[in-house]
Write a protein that binds this ligand. Structure first.
Ligand code: BTN
Length: 275
């Protein structure tokens, strides 16, 4: 079943949809790679221009946040990395991940008619299961961004059995949630067209219009009981919004507030507001 979906990406179809866009006009396609982020990073080091994307049908060493693996079954998902060269300070870099999160949610809605949500900092969820994620790797020079590689993974045509057993119960795909057959090509086209619209907004000093959209799509950012694991520390409390650079504020049971730039967030069971 669904074998007809197991075919290589039609790069011509993608190029026809994105050749006019600032993000995606140059595409480097691979059948199989270790990690598209590693290839994009290497290209960016060599001077590759902004807007180039690296995309593959399979990754053998797909990388997730916090040194995790990103399971990248052949022909099943979207595995792509975008090279950006924003002229901004290091402190501004989380906004590019936020921009990518909003773009992914909107592309999923356009193509699969599903309402995904963002789980801070950069998970894309369908209900309580993860359908996508973003890994931003940033090269800094003297506190400024030299380039950013924005790696995006979306589970599209996966069945339960396509995920490693340890993450199968936590993961889902568009095929598993939707009644529509989703074209990976159309999803890439929509994603890159949203990102081409959002990128100039993310470059503005006042990035609040994009933060406002991110907040709408991330219900757990305010008023949810959560735990956040950050290194060896775990914080438990109520989320109290995000700062203007995307850090999460948490009010702990003691009344003390912490502001976190990174971490693994879990909703405390029983809190139904967030998902
Ligand atoms: C996460 O949620 O932990 C981030 C996952 C990011 C996965 C994508 S797939 C394309 C790109 N290449 C990689 O090796 N990782 C990112």
């Amino acid at each position: 079943m669904f074998r007809e979906l197991d075919k290589p990406l039609d790069i011509i179809e993608i190029l026809e949809g994105v050749h006019h866009l600032p993000i995606g006009r140059r595409i480097k396609y691979y059948d199989k790679v270790g990690s598209t982020n590693d290839i994009a990073y290497h290209l960016a080091e060599g001077g590759e221009e902004e807007g180039t994307i690296v995309i593959a049908d399979e990754q053998t060493a797909g990388k997730g946040r916090q040194d995790r693996k990103w399971s990248s079954a052949r022909f099943k998902g979207i595995y792509l990395s975008i090279i950006l060269r924003p002229e901004v300070e290091a402190l501004s870099s989380p906004r590019f991940t936020m921009m990518a999160s909003v773009g992914i949610v909107k592309a999923i809605e356009d193509v699969a008619r599903l309402k995904a949500e963002i789980k801070w900092p950069n998970d894309i969820m369908l209900g309580t299961k993860k359908v996508g994620g973003i890994l931003a790797e940033i090269k800094l020079v003297e506190n400024f961004v030299k380039f950013a590689v924005l790696g995006i993974g979306i589970n599209v045509n996966h069945l339960d059995t396509d995920f490693p057993t340890e993450i199968a119960s936590l993961s889902t795909s568009l095929l598993m949630e939707s009644t529509l057959a989703v074209s990976r090509e159309q999803l890439v086209i929509k994603l890159l067209s949203h990102l081409s619209t959002f990128y100039p907004m993310a470059l503005q000093k006042d990035f609040s219009p994009l933060i406002a959209q991110w907040k709408e799509l991330c219900p757990c950012h305010n008023g949810c009981m959560v735990t956040v694991k950050n290194g060896s520390l775990t914080y438990r409390g109520i989320t109290r919004g995000v700062t203007n650079i995307g850090e999460l504020m948490i009010e702990m049971e003691s009344g003390e507030r912490v502001t976190l730039a990174l971490g693994d967030l879990s909703i405390i069971p029983g809190d139904t507001k967030c998902f």
